[in-house]
Design a protein around this ligand. Structure first.
Ligand code: CUA
Length: 312
C-alpha cells in the first residue's frame, strides 16, 4: 500500500549519493556487457555466413594463430580490470568506514522492521532521518534472512541472522521513500514494507525528542479500560510501552504507535478503523503473522483503540 502522495521510485531515479553511484555502476556494466554481446553476436553471424559450406565442400581449415590467442587473453583481462576499477570506485563512494558507530540500528523480523537509535528512540516500519545527511545504518536480523531495499535511496542489502552489516543511507531531499523486504522470508514476506521519512534536521530532532517521552497518562474512561486490557491480556508480553510496561522486544514498541503512518508493516494505513480491524482479527488480515487473534469483543476492541490512539 502506498500512502496518499507517495510514489514508488525506481532504482534508476536515484535520490541519494549512494543510489546514484550504484546506478552509475549498473549503467557502465550494462554498456560494457552490451558491447561484448553485440561484438560476439556480430562475429558469430559473420562467421555463419562467410564460412558456410559451399557446393558441398568444407571451407579451408586453419589451426593456431598466436596473435589471436594473445588478443583473446589480454582483452578479457583488461575488461575484468576495468570492471574491478569501476566497482572499487563505487565501493569507495558507498561503503561506510568500519570504525564508526552506527547512527541507527534496523532489525528485520518476520514480518516487520524494528528501528532503534542510540538516543533510546525506537520505532517500527519507518526510519526517520535528517535529509541531506549521511546516516550509518547497522542492519540485523532477528530470525531468518531478510533484505533491506529502499529503491530510490539504495543500497539493497541482506539482513542475515548473527551477521550485522553496515551501510550508508541518505536522501537529497525531505520526503517519504518507500521500501520493502526483498528476500523471501516466509508467509508474509510481501507485507514487510518499510518507509524512510527524510526530514529537515529540526523536524528530525523534534521527532526524536518526542520518541524519548514515555506514554502520557490516560484520562477518559475508554482509554483507561483499554490500558487495563493491554496489561491483562497477552499484549504486554510482546509489546513494550515506555512508562507502562517493561522493555520487551518481541513485537513492535507501541509507545508512539498513533503517530506512525501504517500498521502491520505497511499493510494498512494507520487509522482508528484499520487499527480496530487489525486488533479484531490480525490472522484474517495477515495470515501467519505472530500477532494472534485474541477473540476480543467489539467493546474490548474499541477500548483498546481508544487507548492506542493516545500513544502519540
Ligand atoms: Cu523479510 Cu522478506
Amino acid at each position: 500500500m502506498l500512502l496518499p502522495g507517495e510514489t514508488m521510485a525506481t532504482p534508476f531515479a536515484g535520490q541519494s549519493t549512494e543510489a546514484r553511484a550504484i546506478g552509475q555502476l549498473f549503467t557502465e556494466t550494462l554498456v560494457i556487457s552490451a558491447a561484448i554481446l553485440a561484438l560476439v553476436t556480430g562475429l558469430v553471424a559473420y562467421c555463419v555466413v562467410k564460412f558456410r559450406a559451399r557446393d558441398g565442400a568444407e571451407p579451408a581449415q586453419t589451426h593456431g594463430h598466436t596473435g589471436l590467442e594473445i588478443a583473446w587473453t589480454i582483452v578479457p583481462f583488461l575488461i575484468v580490470v576495468a570492471l574491478f576499477v569501476l566497482t572499487a570506485r563505487t565501493m569507495g563512494a558507498t561503503d561506510p568506514p568500519v570504525d564508526r558507530a552506527a547512527d541507527l540500528t534496523v532489525t528485520a523480523h518476520q514480518w516487520w522492521w524494528e528501528v532503534r537509535y542510540p538516543s533510546g528512540a525506537v520505532t517500527a516500519n519507518e526510519i526517520h532521518m535528517p535529509a541531506g545527511e549521511r546516516v550509518l545504518v547497522e542492519l540485523q536480523s532477528a530470525d531468518v534472512v531478510h533484505d533491506f531495499w529502499v529503491p530510490a535511496l539504495a543500497r539493497k542489502i541482506d539482513a542475515t541472522p548473527g551477521r550485522p552489516v553496515h551501510f550508508w543511507i541518505s536522501a537529497d531531499r525531505a520526503g517519504n521513500y518507500f521500501g520493502a523486504c526483498a528476500e523471501f522470508c516466509g508467509a508474509q514476506h510481501a507485507w514487510m514494507r518499510i518507509r524512510v521519512v527524510a526530514q529537515t534536521r529540526a523536524d528530525f530532532d523534534a521527532w526524536q525528542r518526542r520518541q524519548l517521552l514515555p506514554a502520557a497518562p490516560v484520562g477518559d474512561a475508554p482509554a483507561v479500560r483499554g490500558l487495563r486490557l493491554f496489561n491483562e491480556l497477552t499484549c504486554v508480553r510482546c509489546h513494550a510501552i515506555a512508562g507502562v510496561t517493561p522493555d520487551v522486544r518481541v513485537g513492535p514498541d507501541l509507545t508512539h504507535l498513533a503517530e506512525r503512518s501504517t500498521l502491520a508493516a505497511g499493510l494498512l494505513e494507520n487509522t482508528p478503523a484499520n487499527l480496530a480491524a487489525w486488533l479484531a482479527d490480525p490472522q484474517a488480515l495477515k495470515p501467519g503473522s505472530h500477532m494472534p487473534s485474541l477473540r476480543l469483543t467489539g467493546g474490548q476492541v474499541s477500548d483498546l483503540v481508544a487507548y492506542f490512539e493516545t500513544l502519540k
